[in-house]
Design a protein around this ligand. Structure first.
Ligand code: ZN
Length: 135
């Protein structure tokens, strides 16, 4: 049941993939689930009933024991934007790339800012093509 937002009403938006930002045609009435005016598409988090993974991300995460690495643009201290640059990486490759980051062993999706991504590339941590695919 949608609780309308006091200011933005039913607050419609399209569902987007939480991992890569790919949009669907499915319209969601977000109501007060979002405390801001809904953008044209929104990637609802796993805690939301509107959480969505596209078939590609779902296949990477589910089928091959992989992780989706997503490059984000930081807009301000509250918001980020998908850049459309994503990697599907095998879990063992991610563990090799970030041996000190134990939490990545448990995660299915990792978001990097463009600066972190650049730093990661400069350190030569980019996985080889046997270990990763871009999409
Ligand atoms: Zn996706």
């Amino acid at each position: 049941m949608v609780e309308p937002h006091a200011e933005f009403g039913l607050n419609p938006t399209r569902k987007a993939c939480f991992a890569c930002g790919d949009t669907t045609d499915e319209v969601v009435l977000a109501g007060n689930e979002l405390n801001f005016i809904a953008p044209s598409a929104y990637p609802f988090p796993p805690s939301s009933e509107h959480f969505h993974l596209c078939s590609l991300c779902d296949a990477i995460i589910g089928g091959e024991e992989g992780i989706v690495i997503t490059r984000m643009r930081i807009l301000d201290d509250k918001s980020m934007m998908f850049t459309g640059l994503n990697l599907g990486v095998k879990r063992e490759a991610v563990i090799k790339m970030f041996p000190e980051e134990k939490m990545f062993e448990e995660m299915d999706i990792i978001f990097f800012s463009e600066d972190e991504w650049k730093e990661w590339e400069e350190k030569g941590l980019l996985p080889n093509e046997n270990e990763a695919s871009t999409f």
